[in-house]
Design a protein around this ligand. Structure first.
Ligand code: FEO
Length: 400
């Protein structure tokens, strides 16, 4: 990436920061790092939309300085108060002394609770409110819970530019800034991972929002989220992906997620996977020794089946499985079918606990669960394949 300016539209610049080293975001593995996007509009009112994480304040100020003296910023729009987008706000306000800072009603309160500021010139805007910057007008749209109660979109009407905060983003650090400059498959994978790990619990709100955007008739030319690249070539692609993800649209695919002590549960997992395959269901067998919880839920985004396997340890399940369940439960996937299995020595409680976990996750159980003592026999592996058949039958019976 050149050190000079990056223009999104004439007079609108990307002035964010690239966090190459980020590897964890609240338990979500960010193997490609991330970006914190901020946008500078040079108009009669020089306006900054969003800021960056505190650690990257200097980078943002340097980028702004390539375009204009940061002291000339008179207007700031805060679309979201979470610290990855507001961490440098206090410093920016000290440097720029803006006349006005726009925020949603919930964001105004969140800014107070984060920064305990005294006297920032915050003005509250609500859905449908408009702001004139000179040659441009901005419409605001509150997007509650995408990803916090305070979240908001800013739509630059004349430019067709939707600054969408967390929505439509991806944790994807790259020297490129636009969708057509990066690998399309990797981008959609990272966008899906972001949705699964951040936005999935709010899927009904995503669908409402898409409907609202459709009704408003916004002529969206470019979608600029606050993480990852800017969708300038085909913003419809990410809008339609969100429509699918929001409606929990799945395909004929199952995950067999397991942990194992002495390979018995592992052998059962392979047999369950084989049983699913025999019935024509796409399968991903995921050993938690190697798969991160956030990659499991990413695979779950388009999987209709979820089969969990763990041996019994100290009357419970293995800790990596408990970790994955705790994480996945909070993400509130709906419309899945599944079952549980595992080996044991004497107590054998793990399968019962996995069944309870599936119930709590609202996964429809289609099998009572399969327990095998110590090491599976050929007959036990056959029963494991049959469990796969049962789950496959439920997946194929659901025409979604
Ligand atoms: Fe990227 Fe909800 O902050």
């Amino acid at each position: 990436m050149s050190g000079s300016t990056i223009e999104v539209k004439p007079g609108i610049y990307w002035v964010g920061a690239i966090d190459w080293g980020l590897r964890d975001f609240h338990g979500y593995s960010t193997e490609l790092g991330s970006t914190y996007n901020a946008f500078l509009v040079v108009d009669e009112h020089v306006t900054l939309f969003d800021t960056v994480k505190a650690t990257h304040t200097e980078e943002m100020l340097w980028r702004i300085g390539q375009i204009i003296d940061p002291g000339k910023i008179d207007t700031v729009v805060v679309n979201h108060a979470e610290m990855d987008h507001s961490g440098s706000l206090g410093h920016l306000i000290e440097v720029a002394r803006p006349e006005r800072v726009f925020a949603s009603p919930a964001c105004e309160k969140a800014l107070k609770a984060h920064f305990h500021h005294d006297g920032w010139p915050v003005r509250v805007v609500k859905s449908g409110d408009r702001l004139n910057l000179g040659r441009r007008n901005v419409t605001f749209l509150e997007t509650k819970m995408l990803h916090w109660p305070d979240s908001m979109f800013s739509f630059l009407e004349e430019d067709g530019l939707l600054i969408s905060s967390d929505a439509f983003g991806a944790h994807y650090a790259s020297s490129e800034r636009f969708d057509d400059e990066v690998d399309a498959g990797e981008l959609m994978h990272q966008a899906g991972k972001y949705y699964a790990n951040i936005l999935n619990p709010y899927s009904p709100l995503v669908l409402n929002l898409l409907e609202q955007v459709g009704k408003l008739g916004l002529k969206i030319d470019i979608i600029a989220p606050d993480h990852g690249v800017i969708w300038r070539t085909n913003p419809g692609k990410i809008l339609s992906a969100y429509a699918n993800w929001g409606s929990q649209k799945t395909r004929e695919k199952a995950l067999v997620v397991f942990d194992s002590m002495w390979h018995s549960t592992e052998r059962m997992a392979d047999a369950v996977g084989q049983g699913l395959l025999e019935k024509g269901v796409s399968v991903q067998v995921m050993d938690l020794h190697g798969w991160h919880r956030s990659d499991v839920v990413t695979e779950l985004l388009d999987s209709r089946g979820l089969v969990l396997g763990s041996p019994t340890l100290n009357n419970g399940m293995l800790p990596r499985m408990a970790d994955m369940i705790c994480y996945a439960k909070g993400l509130r996937f709906t419309g899945r079918v599944g079952a549980a299995f595992g080996s044991y020595g004497w107590g054998g409680e793990a399968v019962k606990l996995l069944n309870e976990a599936l119930d709590e996750m609202k996964v429809q159980r289609v099998h009572e669960g399969l327990k095998v003592q110590y090491v599976p026999t050929p007959q036990d592996l056959e029963r494991s394949r049959e469990l796969g058949h049962v789950v496959a039958g439920a997946i194929l019976a659901d025409p979604r």
